[in-house]
Ligand binder design. Structure first.
Ligand SMILES: Cc1ncc(C[n+]2csc(CCOP(=O)(O)OP(=O)(O)O)c2C)c(N)n1
Ligand SMILES: [Mg+2]
Length: 401
């Protein structure tokens, strides 16, 4: 992720050929540095040390946040992390087929999720457990996806939170279409207007669907906030293999604003998301937000990041932990005491216990369900397949279960 000024253009016959596929050492170093430093353009309100930095441009978007609200954001992040760690443990115990950790991305998701108003629609990828939390989706409703028993047990329209999408970038097209509909139906124009927020990763920005979503949303002025969590990795591919310039700068080429925020800073993410959603609500969308963050755990429980990244990178990001900086801030300003922290801890223990209890007692769905929920009115070809399968399965001992 080097800037054009940093690119080297060797004279003919000197150094590597200009057409060489491999980047120069300087480009690689610049790219690697950019993965651990957000750059001067990064919007930050709370430093990793918990210091509140004044920012005349962005402070007004969080001017109403009281100490009580900040404690609420802290609680959201702690509980979300606990749900995540419990999901990871349940996979290790064989209760889930796979889990997708969000560790390290709590501030990005809670900041964005808490900026959403009840009427706003959100389209997640597969890692947005924190946004699900803000949209009042019960954590237990996420488990079927990872146990392989359903595609999500919540009502996407009632919750204003679409089902998880595993196909990279696909939800961006869905969201662009949905937001265009909000525009066509006249649901934008004032503070009470509707907006849509779509979540995707740094790797997804290389996907055609995302590019197409940018174009459609742009030319139809759709009220859509593109929320890219740049967690520095797309499985084993670093961000510098997705783009030669900071991702937020791509927005300019499509004709709408882009902004990079410290995704480990819940206050800054909240401020920037509130602004972007308000722009959309008033008909000035779309907007791209690049939340600069870090995936502290594996891509999924099937991945081993020690095969492709150095542990000192992780150690550097641990110092920028999104929860710790809020805790330090609350303590330093005497806005939270031991009793508060203990109560959040107790609440998270309780939540984890409930989730575990729910998971180990989840019934297997009846076998015919995979056929029965495809078409509302049934389908003769599918009915024949169902009958063949049920008769085949009943030939096994215990085949009814
Ligand atoms: C269309 C498509 N291609 C490939 C994959 C396999 N795949 C799953 S996750 C992933 C990387 C995505 O990285 P990023 O967009 O940065 O999101 P992150 O997982 O880091 O949140 C890939 C390539 C897929 N699910 N869908
Ligand atoms: Mg990523």
């Amino acid at each position: 992720m080097s800037s054009p000024e940093q690119w080297t253009h060797p004279e003919p016959g000197v150094g590597p050929a200009a057409t060489a596929a491999a980047p120069t050492a300087e480009q690689v170093i610049a790219g690697l540095r950019a993965t651990s430093e957000g750059g001067p353009e990064l919007v930050q309100l709370l430093t990793p040390e918990g210091e509140r930095v004044p920012n005349p441009e962005w402070d007004r978007y969080v001017a109403d946040i009281t100490a009580d609200d900040l404690r609420g954001l802290y609680r959201d992040m702690v509980l979300t992390r606990r749900i995540d760690r419990e999901g990871n443990a349940l996979q290790r115990q064989g209760q889930l087929g796979i889990w997708v950790p969000l560790l390290g991305q709590e501030a990005a998701q809670i900041g964005a999720g808490r900026a959403l108003k009840p009427q706003d629609m959100a389209f997640p990828s597969y890692r947005e457990h924190g946004v699900a939390w803000c949209k009042d989706v019960a954590p237990s409703d996420l488990l079927g996806i990872f146990r392989g028993t359903d595609h999500g047990s919540w009502d996407p329209i009632a919750k204003r939170f679409h089902l998880y999408t595993i196909v990279i970038g696909n939800q961006v097209l869905n969201a662009a279409g949905y937001a265009m509909g909000q525009r066509f139906e006249g649901k934008v124009g004032d503070d009470d207007g509707e907006a849509t927020m779509v979540f995707f990763g740094d790797g997804a920005t290389s996907q055609g669907d995302v590019h197409e979503g940018f174009v459609w949303a742009s030319v139809y002025d759709a009220p859509l906030v593109f929320f890219c969590q740049n967690n520095q990795w797309a499985i084993s591919e670093p961000t510098e293999r997705q783009s030669r310039l900071p991702l937020y700068q791509r927005a300019r080429g499509y004709g709408f604003p882009g902004i990079r925020v410290d995704g480990n800073d819940v206050l800054a993410t909240l401020a920037v998301s509130r602004w972007a959603l308000s722009e959309c609500r008033h008909g000035n969308g779309p907007v791209l937000i690049e939340a600069f963050t870090y995936r502290m755990d594996a891509h999924t429980t099937t991945d081993d990041p020690s095969r492709y990244r150095l542990t000192d990178e992780l150690e550097a990001w641990k110092l920028k932990d999104p929860i710790e900086r809020v805790r330090v801030h609350l303590v330093r300003h005497e806005q939270a005491d031991k009793e508060f922290f203990d109560s959040v801890q107790a609440e998270s223990d309780q939540l984890a216990a409930e989730l575990r209890e729910f998971c180990v007692n989840m019934p297997d769905p009846p076998k015919e369900r995979i056929f029965s929920q495809v078409y509302e009115d049934g389908n003769p070809v599918l009915a024949a397949q169902r009958d063949t399968y049920l008769s085949y399965a009943s030939g096994f001992e215990g085949g009814d279960h």
